[in-house]
Ligand binder design. Structure first.
Ligand SMILES: [Zn+2]
Ligand SMILES: [Zn+2]
Length: 143
């Protein structure tokens, strides 16, 4: 994956109506290089670049960027919240039951929402969130 340039990331932060700050940029950069990272992982990486940053500050940045829809938060069962920059496309995730590796999966069939409930109870459905579970290629080999 090619890392997005800092000015591209700055522009997207500004485009969402947020002020561009060093911690926000560092979080975006981290998730650009390693999507589906949890707050702890992001914190470790941000601290390497900005040693004074607290975990609390990273949580604050994640909340602000998620609220601005610059980040998507996913919460597979049994895992802590993970964040990614790929938003708004209704993509799904496949999670390894053994090592918790996470991969993106495009819409199941066709366009978002790719699944339509048999009874929508009057809702206009715009997204379907699906988590597939299985064993990743590496874990299949080691069993
Ligand atoms: Zn695995
Ligand atoms: Zn994803």
């Amino acid at each position: 994956m090619i890392e997005a340039a800092t000015d591209v990331l700055s522009a997207s932060i500004r485009g969402a109506g947020l002020k561009v700050t060093e911690p926000r940029l560092a979080v975006m950069k981290t998730l650009d290089a390693a999507p589906h990272s949890g707050a702890d992982t992001i914190f470790q990486s941000v601290r390497r670049e900005l040693p004074g940053t607290s975990l609390q500050a990273v949580y604050g940045v994640l909340a602000a960027l998620t609220a601005a829809q610059l980040l998507r938060k996913i919460e597979p069962a049994g895992s802590s919240a993970l964040y990614e920059r790929r938003t708004g496309d209704n993509h799904h995730h496949i999670v390894c039951s053994s090592c918790n590796a996470v991969q993106d999966v495009d819409c199941v069939v066709g366009e978002a929402p790719c699944l339509t409930p048999s009874s929508g109870a009057g809702f206009a459905v715009h997204a379907a969130e699906v988590t597939f579970w299985g064993f990743c290629a590496q874990c299949q080999q080691s069993t």
